[in-house]
Design a binder for this molecule. Structure first.
Ligand code: ADP
Ligand code: MG
Ligand code: ZN
Length: 479
């Protein structure tokens, strides 16, 4: 199969639940779970004669998401009815947005294989979620709890070129929405899910191939696997002389294949028309500016700051910005030390592994940022070595005390007294004839054994750099 001769083209439609307390057109709770049909009222179950009232926070969050992804805002926007009949939707239409979505023409920059790439966003619109069908042996039940839960739909341009790019894009987008604090993006609860539109074409071709759409994928991993499978299926089909049919397919995780659900021929004509019961959404410049001010510094900007100002590696910066809580914590701790690298190291190697062991969520560090910053400062100013810092860290994890006090109390100060260390080095050298001979005959690594003894004698408190320098200095006089 000439897989390499083809280019994969992907566009995504991402649905993300907004974190409002109440639904989009009524005051019912948006809380996840609950007994079936207990989070409902006549409005969200579409009873005749009821009137929807738009929740202002939905607009605010959607605009915030748009601004955080570089979108333009339609200051005159409207809502539309998308008509379809299916039991998960009691009104027989979904209120969505058609030709005047709140946000349009945005972008998200991603990086794959060390290359920057811009993924265009066609639009972001608001809409209501539908209910859930529960299939059981004695019939199918409907739970309307999710009806009217507010969503944003983020539609990308067909700019993605590989399953890997889907993964990177989704993870980037999710992180932006989390930073902007507009959605919890809980994939296991379906509050962040996507449709994957995919086509293939011969490399160099300028027109797009026929696409299929895989709906409601709620894991990065499934999106990756579904796209990988679907690309291969389409290429194989074309190579064997067939044609891709535009259709909706379903990803079957158990079988690891995509399965046809319905073809374009059966596709719905949604007969969109303006929602007659809802006013247009009009936003002023001031309102947009006010919302813009509520967006915190986004992960990209922080990454850049960490690498350019603080000298951190790309890898470390990525780990720190992966959670805004951690990144905020790091920034807070930075106020106590000039050495951001040492601080980042303590967070990444010590705190992350302890959080892992204790099965804590990322961000639940039981040490105050101030105290952790002070610990890094003690290392930076050579009061303690980094191996002693691990010891102090373990104590702080149990009791969040000022590390300076701990170091004092436990007698952990680094020994940097030249006279004392020199005397000890002379002794160690005198007592280890064999090791010394090894070293002098060219086995440089033998010095580690002497170093180990110095550390044992000082319970790890000797300044390691001084120890090595002293040992070398004394040994070299014996050459
Ligand atoms: P619809 O409204 O029928 O879902 P759209 O034209 O709005 O269709 O496109 C939906 C998504 O499909 C967008 O993300 C778009 O980028 C993507 N898309 C459109 N055409 C193609 C194609 N030929 N190959 C891959 N993705 C496509
Ligand atoms: Mg679609
Ligand atoms: Zn309701």
């Amino acid at each position: 199969m000439a897989y390499k001769d083809y280019e994969i083209v992907i566009g995504l439609e991402v649905h993300s639940e907004l974190k409002t307390k109440s639904k989009i057109y009524c005051s019912c709770t948006t809380e996840f779970g609950g007994d079936p049909n207990t989070h409902c009222c006549p409005i969200c179950t579409g009873m005749p004669g009821t009137l929807p009232v738009l929740n202002g926070m939905v607009v605010e969050y959607a605009i915030k998401a748009g601004l955080a992804t570089n979108c333009k805002i339609h200051q005159f926007s409207k809502q539309d009815r998308k008509n379809y009949f299916y039991p998960d939707l009691p009104k027989a239409y979904q209120t969505s947005q058609y030709d005047l979505p709140l946000c349009y023409e945005g972008y998200v920059d991603i990086e794959t294989n060390g290359e920057e790439k811009r993924i265009g966003l066609t639009r972001i619109h608001i809409e209501e979620d539908a209910g859930k069908l529960i299939h059981e042996a004695n019939g199918t039940f409907v739970d309307y709890n999710r009806c009217g839960v507010p969503l944003i739909e983020i539609v990308t341009e067909p700019d993605l070129r590989s399953p890997e790019e889907i993964r990177v894009f989704l993870s980037k987008l999710r992180s932006i929405l989390l930073y902007a604090d507009v959605s919890d993006c809980r994939m296991n609860e379906g509050s962040f899910r996507c449709d994957v539109n995919l086509s293939v074409r011969k490399k160099g071709a300028t027109t797009l191939g026929t696409r299929t759409e895989m709906k409601n994928i709620n894991s990065f991993n499934f999106a990756f696997k579904a796209a990988e499978y679907e690309a291969k299926r389409q290429i194989k089909l074309i190579e064997s002389g067939g044609n891709v049919v535009q259709e909706t397919r379903r990803w079957d995780e158990a079988k690891g294949v995509t399965i046809s659900m319905r073809s374009k021929e059966e596709a719905h004509d949604y007969r969109y028309f303006p929602a007659p019961d809802l006013m247009p959404i009009v936003t002023s410049d001031e309102e947009i500016e006010r919302i813009r001010q509520t967006i915190p510094e986004l992960p990209d900007v922080r990454m850049k700051r960490y690498m350019e100002n603080d000298g951190l590696s790309l890898y470390d910066s990525e780990l720190l910005v992966a959670s805004m809580k951690i990144s905020d914590y790091f920034d807070q701790a930075c106020k106590q030390t000039k050495n951001k690298k040492v601080l980042a190291n303590i967070i990444i190697s010590e705190a992350f592994s302890r959080m892992n062991e204790d099965e804590k969520e990322l961000g639940e560090i039981p040490i105050s940022a101030e105290n952790l910053g002070k610990l890094a400062h003690l290392v930076d100013t050579n009061v303690i070595s980094s191996s002693i810092a691990k010891k102090v860290f373990a104590i702080m994890w149990e009791h969040d005390d000022d590390p300076e006090i701990i170091v004092e109390k436990e007698g952990l100060k680094q020994i940097s007294d030249d006279g004392a260390l020199r005397q000890m080095a002379e002794e160690v050298i005198a007592k280890n004839d064999k090791v010394v001979q090894d070293y002098l005959s060219g086995k440089e690594a033998a010095i580690q054994a002497l170093m180990g003894q110095m550390m044992a004698r000082t319970k790890g408190k000797a300044n390691p750099k001084m120890v090595i320098d002293l040992l070398k200095e004394i040994l070299n006089t014996k050459k």
